[in-house]
Design a protein around this ligand. Structure first.
Ligand code: URA
Length: 230
């Protein structure tokens, strides 16, 4: 990549300021002053601006305990987004991994790593998601059995993949699915004649919502959590 791109991306400089610094002989690549903005560099090169080493930023990974009433979008003209819970300097390059409905709470992942995001959200990889689902009506054995076998959602032509259902109370189940269709859980419960009152995501793949995170809080993922989902 070009040296001016490296500087602007890694240091948050405008391309113009990056070029000015290069012109002023302030930038070294592997110990040698480089005067050309289009000089090709690698992430592994040592780039210095003055006497400061400018590291190539590595990807960032967060989990959030999403509150209800916020929309999962990077920007929204009318509604408050989950991004408002993160300080602005973290927003750059950050994407939401598998959106939740506005009224859904719980585990939300955010990352700058596009491949990692794709691995979790692509239907091909069948990454599991676990939800605690509170319901309007009592769950019959028949409804549980239908969910575990797969149901036909309104407007779809193929039935859902078999799900795992743990009955928590008469009107509460823990549901694990390996897909992420639009409003999938609500539509699955509608397909068996019930209605979702509240929905809370507890886990994605091997990663569980940290019980220490208060509603609206976020934290970086640990290396182990990142690798679990890779
Ligand atoms: N399924 C839904 O219906 N809503 C969500 O927010 C997540 C899964």
């Amino acid at each position: 990549m070009r040296l001016d791109y490296y500087l602007s991306h890694a240091q948050g400089l405008s391309r113009k300021d990056a070029k000015i610094n290069i012109k002023k002989n302030k930038v070294q690549v592997n110990g040698v002053v480089v005067k050309k903005a289009n000089h090709q560099v690698l992430e592994s090169d040592q780039i210095m601006l003055g006497d400061i080493v400018i590291e190539w930023p590595s990807d960032r990974y967060y989990m959030m305990n999403k509150p209800a009433d916020l929309v999962c979008a990077n920007q929204d003209a009318e509604q408050t987004t989950v991004m408002t819970l993160l300080p602005e300097h973290l927003h750059k390059g950050l994407n939401i991994v598998g959106r939740l409905d506005k009224d859904t709470t719980g585990l939300l992942l955010l990352t700058t790593d596009g491949q990692w995001l794709h691995r979790i959200t692509s239907p091909k990889h069948e990454c599991s998601k676990t939800y605690l689902v509170h319901l309007d009506s009592v769950m019959s054995e028949q409804a549980v059995s239908e969910l575990t076998q797969g149901v036909m959602l309104n407007g779809e032509s193929v039935s859902t993949l078999p799900a795992t259902v743990e009955v928590v109370t008469e009107t509460c189940i823990r549901l694990t699915i390996k897909e992420g269709k639009y409003h999938q859980v609500k539509r699955m419960l509608a397909a068996v004649g019930n209605h979702v009152v509240s929905l809370h995501r507890e886990g994605i793949g091997g990663v569980e919502l940290d019980s220490e995170l208060a509603v609206g809080e976020f934290r970086e993922l640990t290396l182990e959590e990142i690798e679990t989902l890779r």
